[in-house]
Design a protein around this ligand. Structure first.
Ligand code: ADP
Ligand code: ZN
Length: 745
């Protein structure tokens, strides 16, 4: 990602009756439309207004002066401001424009991420009260300050929100005076009930005593508050106390009355984090993710917009909320692929967090044990600062790592069928359990077996909608496509040749490893953990409790186990297939595998007992595995960086992926070919493809890919815009643009 943000503070511009303004609607595929300000109204940029759109009415946001591309006589009047809707801050509007421009998305689609709950705009159903939205002088510029109006403003200037009835009484005016001030935008509405039912994090709540190293790190972060834009990498091995250290920065922000957003890769897995937060600050943070109930979303959105929600933790979309007073952004596990949104507006939340920091003139903290190459290079180039936590807290040592060479000591079969655990790992588990400690087996593959094959005819069970094999989930008796979600009961007979009892499971998923473990260690209490078996937050909390209370001996699971969990009695981590992911062949396969394995390994030995990690592999000499056992992240990254530098690959060069898809293969191919024929020719710019995508069919849509590769100095958005504007494409075919792609499927 290349940052080019210029921060210009503009004075708020008032648009009066008959002036034409641009209004952006939070809808995909539209830009801003021009509307006339009606008689008796006036608006400023950021106001939420109701506008006619065809035969409908929609809510939109005043974006600025009209664009003048419609004849004056045909411009419709907007209908008026939405009473009680918070004004969208300028920084949010600039973020929308910036992200739309960078990702080549419709601004309306980005605005929709800022206003994802349309109902939240309407005056809250909760009891609400009034506060001044501006100073007296500014108000006087908007409307004549009659003595009645002045009294209202005097009363509200105390900063205590009062309901309409209370305020009318206190100021000795009729409610119409208050209504008039609200409609002019001089008063703003804030929820009253919410003040009581939402306890907020307290920055003065006592925290743990930090070690000297932690204090040094925390000081740098705390000092960055209020000191303008900065980006700081907080790097430290797993268990070094990164979370405790950035909690200090949150505490300082809270004491300064600033809002904080913490972006986490997977919000459903943050149960432990939420507990720690509540313990540290005396109240839980506000959460923002897709599973919230509509009512909760609405309340939280308003609390954020009105500045009442002090700390928000959320998935990537939390970044776009219209914070009234954001002072700090934290991206936890910044290297995680989950920060890349792959649908709709395609963006990387970590990169956009830095952009938001720059637009708002505030610090961003990126935390990771294994930072992304992008971030490491930004540190080396001096664009980001870095603070280090080199060792685990409280004397815990990093686990000892070794590789089990499966070529020399392959797993042995047993009553349950083929084995997946080599003798060395089996023995280690046995020893760990005998010592009264816990072990964890990691395999990043859900289900029982990734492939089902007919022994009679060789047929492989494939998804009817995708170029993908169906994965057997034996516990549910179903075959599932992990790409589109297609499901069917596992058949008894081969759908191709009709033979019964010939379908064979090939390869392991976590269910199959659990089957073997249960057979080998009948006395052990085993828990299987994968995203499809997790259940809701309550189930996750119960599982964590069981592990912590040592009601579970052996945890078996996918990457959901890798992240952030802290179990002091867990001393052994076995990686069932350390090679998985290395063969992916895309740009970041090695980097991603290294990060994931490091994170899994980091679960071992976090308490008093030292941990150890066994990696099962058929290619023990692979650089990623060698880097793992030498625990030398820096060396690995250097090698990786050198390889990419030589090929001009990101982050040394820039890439834009173009995916053409549609139900008709011929139409898709022809659009892809035309794209290739009209591709931009510029110095250093290469076009790869078109070629059928590796995932050639997805959800019934045929897919072709092109890839534009350019030196960092090239402004790829300009090239892309010119290129795409020349395309005509049948309505069934979609062209999707992915700037800085992470997925190459
Ligand atoms: P990281 O985020 O780097 O993995 P954590 O912040 O989760 O590290 O710290 C690891 C463990 O050590 C946690 O249980 C945490 O509460 C504990 N810990 C870290 N620093 C301190 C401290 N200064 N005082 C007490 N406990 C600490
Ligand atoms: Zn499918």
């Amino acid at each position: 990602m290349v940052l080019s943000v210029t921060v210009v503070e503009t004075a708020e511009q008032v648009f009066r009756a008959d002036e034409v303004v641009a209004v952006l609607l939070p809808l995909p595929l539209v830009g801003a439309y021009d509307y006339r300000v009606p008689e008796g109204e006036q608006v400023v940029a950021g106001d939420v207004v109701r506008v006619p759109l065809g035969k409908r009415q929609e809510n939109g946001v005043v974006w600025g002066p009209g664009r003048g591309d419609v004849a004056a006589g045909r411009i419709k009047a907007l209908l008026g401001r939405i009473a009680g809707a918070p004004r969208l801050p300028e920084v949010s509007r600039r973020l929308v424009d910036w992200v739309a421009s960078y990702t080549l998305s419709a601004p309306g689609a980005v605005l929709r991420m800022v206003i994802p709950v349309a109902e939240a705009l309407e005056a809250p159903a909760l009891a609400h009260g009034w506060l001044p939205a501006m100073g007296l002088e500014e108000a006087a510029g908007l409307l004549r300050l009659t003595p009645a109006r002045q009294r209202v403003l005097e009363v509200t200037s105390a900063g205590v929100p009062l309901s309409t009835a209370d305020l009318a009484q206190a100021a000795g005016v009729g409610s119409s005076v208050i209504k008039g001030l609200a409609e002019a935008g001089v008063l703003q509405s804030v929820s009253l009930a919410a003040r009581d039912d939402e306890r907020q994090a307290d920055g003065d709540h006592p925290g743990p005593q930090l070690s000297d190293l932690q204090q040094d790190a925390a000081r740098v972060l705390v000092e960055s508050l209020g000191a303008g834009f900065s980006t700081t990498l907080l790097q430290g091995v797993t268990g070094s106390g990164k979370t405790e250290v950035y909690f200090e920065a949150i505490a300082a922000a809270l004491r300064q009355g600033l809002q904080v957003v913490v972006l986490v890769p997977e919000i459903t897995l943050t149960t432990q984090w939420l507990h720690r937060f509540a313990g540290r600050f005396g109240a839980p943070p506000s959460q923002w993710h897709s599973e919230l109930t509509p009512a909760r979303r609405r309340r939280t959105w308003r609390a954020v917009a009105e500045g009442r929600a002090k700390v928000v933790v959320g998935a990537r979309s939390a970044l776009f909320l219209p914070y009234a007073n954001l002072g700090l952004i934290i991206v936890d596990e910044e290297h995680e692929g989950a920060f890349k949104q792959e649908e709709g507006v395609i963006y990387h939340a970590r990169d956009m967090a830095v952009v938001r920091g720059q637009l708002g003139g505030i610090p961003t903290i990126l935390a990771s044990a294994t930072p992304s190459l992008e971030t490491v290079l930004n540190v080396e180039a001096g664009r980001y600062r870095k603070v280090d936590l080199p060792s685990r807290h409280g004397g815990a040592v990093l686990p000892e790592m070794s590789i089990l060479d499966l070529r020399k000591t392959p797993p042995e079969a047993g009553d349950w069928g083929p084995g997946w655990l080599a003798p060395g790992l089996v023995q280690a588990i046995r020893d760990t359990l005998a010592a009264g400690q816990q072990a964890m087996l990691f395999l990043n593959r859900r289900g029982y077996a990734p492939l089902t094959l007919c022994r009679a005819c060789g047929h492989r069970l494939q998804c009817p909608n995708c170029t993908a094999w169906l994965v057997e989930h034996r516990a549910q008796g179903r075959l599932v496509c992990h790409h589109c979600g297609h499901q069917a009961p596992s058949p008894r007979a081969c759908p191709s040749c009709g033979e019964e009892g010939q379908l064979a499971a090939c390869g392991p998923g976590v269910e199959r490893v659990a089957e073997e473990a249960r057979a080998r260690f009948p006395e052990a209490r085993v828990a299987l953990v994968a995203s499809d078996t997790l259940g809701g937050p309550a189930a996750v909390a119960e599982l964590l409790r069981q592990v912590t209370a040592h009601e579970i001996d052996l945890l078996i699971g996918t990457q959901v186990l890798a992240k952030g969990l802290h179990f002091p009695l867990l001393t052994l981590v076995g990686v069932v297939d350390a090679d998985l992911g290395l063969s992916g062949g895309d740009l970041r396969a090695a980097e991603r595998t290294f990060q994931l394995l490091s994170q899994v390994a980091g679960r071992a030995g976090r308490g008093e007992q030292p941990g150890r990690v066994l990696l099962q592999s058929y290619q023990p000499d692979h650089p990623v595995l060698q880097a793992m056992i030498s625990s030398d992240a820096a060396l690995f990254l250097q090698t990786e960086a050198e390889a990419r530098r030589q090929l001009g690959m990101p982050p040394f060069g820039r890439m834009v992926a173009v995916v053409v898809s549609g139900p008709e293969p011929a139409a898709v191919e022809s659009v892809a070919n035309r794209l290739a024929a009209t591709a931009p020719r510029a110095s250093g710019v290469e076009i790869w493809g078109p070629a059928a995508a590796p995932l050639a069919v997805l959800r019934g849509r045929h897919r072709w890919r092109l890839l534009l590769k350019a030196p960092r100095t090239v402004k790829v958005q300009t090239l892309m815009r010119q290129w795409l504007s020349q395309q005509q494409c049948p309505s069934s075919v979609r062209i999707q643009v992915d700037v800085d792609p992470y997925s190459f499927l």
